[in-house]
Design a protein around this ligand. Structure first.
Ligand SMILES: C[S@@+](CC[C@H](N)C(=O)[O-])C[C@H]1O[C@@H](n2cnc3c(N)ncnc32)[C@H](O)[C@@H]1O
Length: 279
């Protein structure tokens, strides 16, 4: 139903078509109830482009000029909510149990490979990097790949500059150790230390498309990402994660993303932490 107070008319068929396009480009399933959210996010693009209607925007996305707009469209529709040490028990487990175990298991290669898939603005890979830097000796070859579809959040992550409010809930000793002033005259932002930045490689990657990395990986974090996908897409992704992980590899999901009905290639190891099963 058209909304009286809206600046642009947004017909049901516009919403349905945009949902199809979102799904096609990101895998995200927008159900009923997401109309206002989608209206808010896309009407900003309409204003920026000087377009008169949602129908005109859809026409643009379907035209041979679509390629220029797809990146902004995708960046507008992704939900990037994240925080440092979100689901803190994952990082305690990483520091106290999993990284020491990997240091025993990989003692010959001295190599650890970690992927943060759907890393948003970088808080997740930096939290991983803090745990690595606290536990793993400096001469080990550790790489954290941080990927997302959204190029805006990747640029933010790569910069590593955060509003001071983002670290308010992080314990003071951790902030002191791993963050520094952004600039002398900027009391409202902090910057992550270069030692952490050196561990992380930010790259754009659409999880629905082919992946360039070969593996085997030790750890994959894919938290609060598959929740937006339909069941066949979740199954396909989780099976690809199993293919990419080495023996005993770990997959971290978000707390509301159960493996039940998704894949039998993992066994539960802790709260929303899974180990690749021997097969
Ligand atoms: C809610 S955030 C989760 C961030 C972080 N993993 C956490 O748990 O705090 C979800 C992220 O997944 C990304 N995303 C959504 N669809 C994607 C896709 N098809 N390929 C890659 N990333 C995607 C979004 O851009 C967004 O940054």
């Amino acid at each position: 139903m058209p909304h009286q107070k809206r600046e642009f008319s947004f017909a049901r068929k516009d919403f349905n078509r945009l949902c199809e396009l979102v799904n096609e480009h990101t895998g995200i399933q927008l159900g009923d109830g997401k109309e206002d959210m989608l209206y808010g996010r896309i009407s900003r693009r309409l204003r920026q482009l000087g377009l008169p209607s949602f129908a005109a925007y859809i026409q643009l996305l379907e035209s041979d000029r679509a390629e220029e707009e797809i990146e902004d469209f995708v960046n507008a529709v992704t939900t990037n909510l994240t925080s440092f040490f979100r689901e803190k028990h994952h990082f305690d487990y990483l520091r106290d149990s999993l990284l020491p175990e990997l240091m025993r298991r990989n003692r010959v290669s001295h190599r650890i490979r970690i992927w943060s898939a759907g890393c948003s603005t970088g808080e997740e890979p930096y939290s991983i990097a803090m745990m690595v830097a606290e536990v793993v000796p400096k001469d080990w070859d550790v790489k954290i790949l941080a990927t997302d579809l959204d190029t805006d959040v990747l640029a933010h992550g790569e910069r590593g500059v955060y509003d001071i409010g983002r670290v308010e809930s992080v314990d003071k000793a951790t902030v002191k150790r791993w963050f520094m002033k952004n600039r002398k005259d900027d009391p409202t932002h902090v910057k992550v230390r270069p030692e952490l930045q050196r561990l992380i490689h930010f790259r754009q990657l659409n999880l629905l498309q082919p992946w360039p990395m070969k593996g085997p990986l030790d750890i994959i974090f894919c938290r609060n990402v598959i929740i937006y996908f339909d069941v066949p897409t979740k199954q396909m992704l989780v099976n690809r994660y199993a293919d990419l992980l080495g023996e005993g590899g770990h997959l971290f999901l978000g707390h509301s993303e159960a493996m039940h009905n998704i894949s039998n290639r993992f066994t539960l190891s802790g709260k929303s932490v899974y180990i690749k099963a021997n097969q």
